[in-house]
Design a protein around this ligand. Structure first.
Ligand code: ADP
Ligand code: MG
Length: 653
């Protein structure tokens, strides 16, 4: 590009701009072959009546729009060959726009408005703030740094927009009717400012319908009905004072804003917009809040209930097999299940305990009180394998079993009936069939644990003692086998069956277990949890649609802001990122609120004795879903914003 040094800064050849022509609207040619050269450092006024095409021309000059025909060379480079990112770079580095309507971002302070172009150029925050402040001071707005546009006069707003145009250097200032909305004094001030900038070497292209204003420029170009009808010609000598030329190769190296800084700024801007629209945003967020909260509560209840079911079933004996004799052989000594069988079964892998039981109804006496009750001779491991703790004293031991000790443990209700006046029955003696037994313990209330109240009437004795001294039989009535691993209870059952069949050669015994029904119950519980979670997930989706709705509204309301950001150099991906950040921030706020509500509600349920177990993974998962929902549903509005045409967006309301 050897011509770049000598080529004029701006060269238009036969530029045409046509509007309409589609969907029935008649095509209007707004610019009809404009040819024009502007050198670096010139101060040019383009003057013409309203509707003559001045603004259209300015948009083309500022790379906010593309011509329908003709060519535009900027510093020797054909602009038509540049992609959207390179055009954004050019707007950011080469141009500074000043509009009739100021076009400041209403939610940002004066200083923040001035900082916007530097943000997209990737200037560090501290330098950015310092430069914006210095520019505003230079333009006499040192006292107004933190004012919003609505708190500034028209003249002050226009000075803020000039400061913004200068933020990235402002080599070429494109001013479209900059005094149009100002009173004459403010207008004169702005014109004086532009004159100073021209003296300092900035190229100024001023657009106006006012000949008196135009006359203050060094060169006046007249436009009528989309064609140039007069040009006073370039004033010599101005180019000498021009600013250093722009290195166009920079567009290729452009990395734009630093990701972190831009995200921070986007989050800050998003927070401000959310705060301004807090009522609307809050209502929309309800969907996400309810979604996240219900996922957390549902899963917590599901988990809590499941745990309770499992605990109850554990107390019922989910890991237990029950074996008893059947048919005639059950009454035939030596043919029924024997202690030798049980010894053999105890050797099987996977069998943790073998508990022989002998049972029957007996009258138990304490003092003068007789109580008819169910007596069970059993093994020392009973409290352990039935998860049935003692309320008082201890349980009998293996040694009591071997030595046929005359000791007894009372069920909770039996103790009440037998010794209503004795708080702790341990140490008392009772009589069964005239044999004295010493009470060594009382079981805890089984009814409270499992609802199985009958067991609270039991009298428990060592198996050997009960068999020999109470029932007169050595063989167990039934046997309880505890397996190591609940998951493998089926295999254990088959192994027990195989061994018993080998020893007996016929099936004179029956084996049963509760595991199948337990598994079914747990499964029902899981299905419930899944169903409830699905409902919660649906409300998350509803929340996501709410986010999409609020984001679409935001994009609509802030179309002009998007245009301003694009005019000051934001690339499409910067706009995309900003609105995605907003969507995510909205859902993060919703997610956090949802966690708060969910945990609070769960805590309330706990107070009402509802079994609730919070799981970190459920909370994290619900939060992650909320953020993902925001990303997913925010993407469409964000892309819509990014796809806006700069000129269309600027004209937007
Ligand atoms: P000026 O700035 O000189 O007042 P503009 O460049 O804004 O004029 O507009 C020139 C003509 O182009 C006007 O007649 C206007 O109606 C028309 N025009 C501008 N923008 C569009 C558009 N997007 N679609 C159709 N017509 C347009
Ligand atoms: Mg105009």
């Amino acid at each position: 590009m050897s011509g770049a040094a000598t080529a004029p800064l701006i060269a238009l050849r036969g530029i045409r701009k046509r509007y309409g022509g589609q969907d029935g609207a008649p095509a209007v040619e707004v610019l009809r072959g404009v040819s024009l050269e502007i050198g670096a450092g010139e101060f040019v006024a383009i003057v013409g009546a309203s509707g003559s095409g001045k603004s259209t021309l300015m948009h083309l000059l500022g790379c906010l729009d593309r011509p329908s025909g003709g060519s535009y060379h900027f510093a020797g480079q054909d602009v038509a060959t540049l992609d959207a990112d390179a055009l954004a770079w050019l707007r950011r580095e080469a141009f500074g726009f000043v509009f009739q309507g100021y076009h400041l971002i209403a939610t940002e302070s004066a200083r923040e408005n001035v900082e916007v172009p530097a943000l997209y150029a990737g200037m560090p925050a501290a330098a950015r703030q310092a430069r914006a402040e210095a520019l505003l001071r230079r333009l006499g707005l040192g006292e107004r740094l933190d004012n919003r546009p609505s708190q500034l006069s028209g003249g002050q707003q226009q000075r803020v927009s000039i400061a913004r145009a200068l933020m990235n250097g402002g080599r070429i200032i494109l001013a479209d009717e900059p005094t149009g909305a100002l009173d004459s004094a403010s207008g004169a001030e702005v014109m004086a400012l532009l004159g100073e900038l021209a003296d300092a070497g900035h190229t100024i292209i001023l657009i106006t319908h006012d000949r008196k204003v135009a006359a203050q420029a060094r060169r006046v170009i007249e436009i009528r009905d989309g064609a140039i009808v007069g040009d006073s010609g370039a004033a010599g000598g101005a180019a000498a004072a021009a600013l250093a030329p722009l290195d166009l190769a920079g567009a290729a190296r452009d990395s734009g804003a630093a990701l972190g800084a831009e995200l921070r700024d986007a989050a800050r801007a998003a927070w401000r917009v959310m705060w301004i629209n807090r009522f609307r945003t809050g209502l929309t967020l309800l969907g996400i809040v309810i979604g996240v909260a219900s996922v957390i509560v549902m899963l917590a209840i599901g988990l809590g209930t499941r745990q309770q079911v499992v605990a109850q079933l554990g107390a019922f004996g989910s890991n237990l097999l029950y074996m008893s004799s059947v048919g005639e052989s059950s009454r035939m000594p030596g043919r029924s299940i024997t202690l030798a069988d049980l010894d053999a079964l105890a050797q099987l892998p996977g069998i943790a305990h073998v508990l022989p039981n002998v049972t029957g109804n007996k009258v138990v006496r304490h003092g003068k009180l007789d109580v008819q009750t169910y007596v069970r001779g059993t093994g020392a491991a009973l409290p352990q394998i039935q998860t049935w703790p003692l309320a008082h004293g201890g349980f009998f031991s293996e040694r009591d079993e071997r030595e046929m000790a005359t000791v007894a443990v009372l069920g909770w209700r039996l103790a009440r009936k037998l010794m209503p006046d004795i708080a702790n029955p341990v140490g008392q003696h009772i009589l069964i069939e005239n044999v004295p037994f010493q009470v060594i313990g009382v079981m805890s209330e089984k009814g409270a644990l499992t609802g199985d109240k009958d067991e609270d009437d039991l009298l428990l004795l060592p198996f050997s003692t009960a068999g020999v001294r109470v029932f007169g039989q050595r063989e167990p009535t039934y046997t309880v086998l505890a397996v190591d691993d609940v998951a493998r209870i089926g295999a254990a059952e088959r192994a027990v069956d195989a061994l018993m069949f080998e020893r007996h050669r016929l099936r004179d015994y029956r084996i049963s277990n509760a595991a199948a029904s337990i598994a079914a119950q747990a499964k029902t519980q899981d299905t419930m949890t899944v169903m409830l979670s699905l409902i919660a997930a649906v409300s998350l989706v509803v929340g996501g649609i709410g986010v999409m709705n609020v984001m679409l509204m935001t994009v609509r309301e802030r179309t002009r802001e998007i245009g301003i950001r694009m005019a000051t150099g934001a690339r499409r991906r910067d706009i995309l990122r900003q609105f995605l950040t907003e969507a995510v921030l909205v859902s993060v706020v919703g997610g956090v609120a949802g966690i708060g509500v969910g945990v609070a509600f769960g805590a309330l349920l706990l107070l009402w004795q509802v079994p609730v177990i919070f799981s970190l993974s459920a909370i994290g998962g619900a939060f992650g879903c909320a953020v993902a929902t925001g990303l997913l549903f925010g993407f469409m509005p964000a892309r819509k914003a990014a796809a806006l045409d700069p000129v269309v967006a600027l004209a937007g309301h």
